[in-house]
Design a protein around this ligand. Structure first.
Ligand code: FDA
Length: 397
């Protein structure tokens, strides 16, 4: 039995951000497109994104905002589908939006508007969307094209687009099908791991921080050459907040992770000035001017000594300044896919055309979105990659 309706030319597995963008783009070209989504509705990650308001793009998107074994791969698709293109679609649908910070655009009202917009564009382009459809098997046909066995019957098409996303938040419908299909058709899959994810601490490292849960400090978090200035939030299990989520994508066990706890200060000059201005004040009181009080107190109790500023020798304050600027974090791991926003690694870009997102091994097979080894920073970059890669494949499939 095959699915009802005319035979599609393009089958898209996954009705998320990238899959819907690809489908509407191919549909507008007059291609007969069908989206097969195993969840009971499309775009669940869009719905939960940006705290329910979907940070749908970043106006400052450049290839430097992405991690990939091949940092050049994302350039072509990003250059041809820019944040302005998506903003035009959002505006055409009358969806109000605002810039929060650093080029991050959010809906004023709800992420639901973005899903509704994509589905309306798909419907307008004649795309058929099947939800609650499980993919049982996928095979290449001898003369080209693909045959899918699904819970809703058999389906053949000349082009197959894999848009199944990454492994994060399994309860939202994430599966490893995209990686399995890549391997089945001869593609390499680079090791995957959770990205944009809180870090966990253990043992004495956790003890030092855990009762500060809820405290937020502006830091610069560094791992290798990556550096992110933003808020760090102490949690019951470790550290989170935008600076930590960003740097988590660069961190792996064994890699050094350092914080500059006062990135906006010349700490040494500031401490020496405080010594002159407030000689009788204790260090913890001085630090409470720039840190939350509990945090300043903990710094002094656990790592530094607190005494009146006048009692610090000339060598001691510069040493404290160095310590505050190179604060080591010994993470035991990450919170994993349960809470990660993205999956790093994935389908090796070596096997794909960067302009079409098509397989170099199997003509007619495409991989787009997060399943590919291209991962953005926090701040709307991952959706911009989903739109851009979906658009590129939609023009080619
Ligand atoms: P996406 O996950 O969107 O879609 C994949 C689709 O495939 C899903 O509908 C899934 O159900 C379906 N699927 C999976 N396996 C299947 C199978 N076996 N058969 C059929 N269908 C299958 N990014 C950003 O830029 N701004 C933001 O504000 C946020 N916020 C955010 C919050 C949270 C909590 C998370 C987890 C993630 C974000 N992100 C984000 C990241 C962003 O959601 C993500 O990068 C994109 O949704 C990726 O788009 P894709 O289409 O590749 O995957």
């Amino acid at each position: 039995m095959s699915l009802a309706g005319p035979e599609p030319e393009v089958l898209v597995i996954g009705g998320g951000a990238a899959g819907l963008m690809c489908a509407l783009t191919a549909g507008r070209r007059g291609r007969r497109v069908r989206v097969l989504e195993h969840a009971n509705r499309c775009g669940k990650k869009i719905l939960m994104s940006g705290g329910g308001r979907c940070n749908f793009t970043n106006t400052g998107t450049t290839p430097a905002n992405f991690l990939s074994a091949n940092p050049h791969f994302c350039k072509s698709a990003l250059a041809r589908y820019r944040p302005g293109h998506f903003i035009d679609m959002v505006d055409a649908h009358g969806i109000a939006w605002h810039e929060k910070e650093l080029g991050q655009l959010f809906c004023d009202e709800s992420s639901k508007q973005i899903v509704a917009m994509l589905l309306a564009e798909c419907a307008d382009a004649g795309v058929v969307v099947e939800t609650s459809c499980t993919i049982e098997s996928v095979a290449g046909l001898p003369g080209g094209g693909f045959r899918l066995q699904t819970s809703r019957g058999r389906q053949d098409a000349a082009s197959l687009v894999v848009a199944t996303g990454g492994l994060s938040i399994p309860k939202m419908g994430a599966t490893g099908l995209g990686y399995e299909l890549a391997r089945q058709f001869g593609h390499a899959v680079l090791p995957t791991r959770a990205g944009l994810v809180p870090l966990t601490l253990s043992g004495k490292h956790l003890e030092h921080y855990a009762d500060l849960a809820g405290v937020s400090v502006h830091v610069s978090a560094r791992c290798g050459k990556a550096r992110f200035d933003n808020a760090m939030l102490v949690t019951h299990r470790g550290l989170s907040g935008p600076a930590i989520l960003q740097v988590s994508s660069y961190w792996e066990p064994g890699k050094e992770l350092l914080l500059d706890l006062l990135p906006e200060h010349d700490i040494q000059a500031w401490l020496l000035e405080r010594q002159r201005e407030q000689p009788a004040a204790e260090l913890r009181t001085v630090l409470a001017d720039v840190f939350p009080k509990r945090f300043a107190q903990r710094l002094c109790e656990t790592w530094l000594t607190s005494k009146p500023m006048r009692q610090f020798s000339h060598g001691e304050l510069p040493a404290i300044a160095r310590q505050l600027a190179h604060w080591p974090i010994v993470a035991s791991g990450t919170e994993g896919y349960r809470t990660a926003e993205v999956t790093l690694g994935g389908v090796d870009t070596d096997g794909l055309s960067s302009s079409r997102m098509e397989s170099n091994i199997v003509p007619g097979l495409f991989f787009i979105g997060e399943v590919v080894d291209v991962t953005g920073w926090l701040g709307g970059y991952n959706f911009q990659w989903a739109w851009a890669s979906g658009h590129a494949a939609g023009l080619a499939a």
